[in-house]
Write a protein that binds this ligand. Structure first.
Ligand code: HEM
Length: 489
């Protein structure tokens, strides 16, 4: 009897596990051979398992458009074909979870993300540009001070500097603070940067899996509470993202031209807690995506002096008004745009797009049905590095995007670094503005040099997941450059 019990228990577990791992075979989908090895368990236990690498490896096996895999005990369907991913996510009409930030107030249900997207409209960004330039100037003055203090020869970890630049942007525009974390090292935003640098969560390999709350949530909420109450009480206007969130909270239009908050009703559309949640979510998606893009653009271009020359020539020709750089002039930086896009292609800050099937979905013209609850993954890192879509995918070639529609070097629709279809990144124009300002200012003010031998050994990965970064920073030598361009700011 006593012997029978463990045998029975073992058999039940064995059958249950076998049932789970036969999901894709039973459903008729092409799938990987499933199983749990000791090395996998060991890595998972030590939190060393690299989800992103494992999913990219799975992408590379086989030729089918869909591949069933298992993330621990979760059946996951990998979409290996861009056109199919686009059809599924754009035309599936509510079958898959979407980017919504769903929000219910009274009886009304909002797609909050859609409502807030006009915050990032060109006209709004143009008016926020002054704050971005100021934050850029803080970066340059900090580097110049360091250079002076060290007698001219300066070597810094630019990845770390650019994370501080990004948090200063977030502090200024999302939290509405005139804070300079290069100087105020004890500020809560400074602590956020240093703490989040080493935070790894074994599950957060896509945006939807980022933890909802951080240990900073309450302190960040206090910042928002103070700022919102202060502005509402005194009718203050500061042209930033927070101002537009306050307008939305008070039922005012976020698009348009007005910045003034019209406090027409007592009943707020968003509570302070909710405004703080939106702000923290924006912080989480923007901090690493922005800083990694600038860092990795520099990492690549500093190994190609010709690219740097071209960028410097483009910056020199920028249109100015009374010697001041205007937001509209950024449009003229066509080559820089291609560099940023090439960086997002080669090093997408988010390696995977994930959706959950909400209503069972039959793929058009096939026998395949995806059941409710199944996770769908579009491995955009693997797609961006697939020879089928981009020639010599590991080479940094910004010009591949010059005539992307008729180019042999890339399939223009395969670039999905800002997401797919209607669920594209709402902050992409904001990101471009902020990235360009940092690059303009750095290339304008400094000669930057990356040691070739060191560059070879730099390890870049999505570890800690989900965002990409270099393992040990990016050490770059800086030397002051005589400014020859037509503008000051
Ligand atoms: C180079 C920089 C950036 C890249 C490559 C990027 C890429 C992406 C991608 C691929 C998605 C879609 C994720 C999905 O479909 O699951 C996304 C979503 C989003 N992005 Fe960006 N992003 C960048 C910067 C920013 C910035 C600076 C902001 C805001 C200030 C921002 C705000 C958002 C928001 C709010 C979402 C929706 C997130 C959610 O559903 O939780 N992004 N981004």
């Amino acid at each position: 009897m006593w012997l029978l019990l463990p045998i029975l228990l073992y058999s039940v577990i064995f059958l249950a596990v076998r049932h789970i791992y036969s999901h894709w075979r039973r459903k008729g989908f092409p799938s990987e051979r499933a199983g749990i090895s000791w090395s996998f368990l060991h890595q998972a236990y030590r939190r060393e398992f690299r989800h992103v690498d494992a999913i990219c490896e799975a992408y590379q096996t086989g030729r089918e458009r869909l591949l069933g895999i298992y993330c621990f005990f979760r059946p996951v369907l990998i979409v290996r074909n861009v056109a199919l991913a686009q059809t599924m996510l754009q035309q599936s009409n509510g079958h898959f979870s979407d980017l919504k930030w769903d929000y219910v107030k009274g009886y009304r249900r909002f797609n909050l993300l859609e409502k807030l997207s006009p915050i990032f409209a060109t006209k709004r960004l143009a008016e926020m540009f002054g704050h971005v330039q100021r934050v850029g100037d803080h970066l340059i003055s900090h580097l110049l001070d360091l250079e002076q203090a060290q007698g001219g020869a300066l070597e810094v970890d630019l990845q770390q500097m650019l994370r501080v630049y990004a948090i200063n942007i977030i502090g200024s525009l999302i939290y509405g603070l005139d804070v300079n974390n290069f100087e105020q090292k004890d500020h809560i935003l400074s602590s956020y940067v240093s703490r989040s640098a080493g935070n790894a969560s074994s599950q957060s390999f896509t945006l939807s899996r980022l933890p909802q709350k951080s240990s900073f949530t309450y302190r960040l909420r206090d910042l928002i509470k103070q700022a919102v109450e202060h502005r509402e009480e005194h009718g203050l206007i500061r042209k930033d993202i927070l101002q537009l969130l306050i307008r939305f909270r008070n039922g005012n239009d976020v698009g348009g031209e007005k910045w003034q908050v019209d406090m027409k009703n007592e009943d707020k559309l968003l509570s302070i807690k909710r405004v703080a949640k939106v702000a923290e979510d924006l912080l989480k998606v923007s901090l690493d995506s922005v800083s990694s893009n600038i860092t990795l653009t520099l990492f690549e271009i500093l190994q190609e002096p010709l690219i740097v020359e071209k960028l410097q020539a483009e910056i020199k020709e920028l249109a100015t008004e009374n010697n001041v750089l205007k937001f509209e002039a950024l449009e003229g930086l066509k080559y820089m745009d291609m560099c940023l896009k090439e960086t997002v292609r080669k090093y997408p800050p988010l390696p995977i797009i994930e959706r959950i099937c909400r209503k069972s979905y039959t793929l058009p013209n096939t026998k395949f049905t995806i059941d409710e609850g199944i996770t769908l993954m579009v491995p955009l890192l693997a797609i961006h590095r697939d020879e089928k879509y981009f020639s010599e995918p590991l080479k940094y070639k910004p010009l591949r995007f010059l005539h992307a529609e008729k180019s042999d070097e890339c399939q223009s629709n395969a670039f999905i670094g800002f997401g797919i279809g209607g669920a594209q990144c709402v902050g992409q124009n904001f990101a471009r503005m902020v990235i360009k300002v940092a690059l303009i200012k750095l290339l304008q003010n400094f000669h930057l040099e990356l040691d070739a031998a060191r560059a070879e050994n730099i390890e870049i990965s999505h570890q800690p997941a989900p965002f990409i970064r270099t393992k040990d920073g990016l050490k770059v030598r800086l030397k002051r450059r005589e400014i020859k361009s037509k503008f000051y700011n």
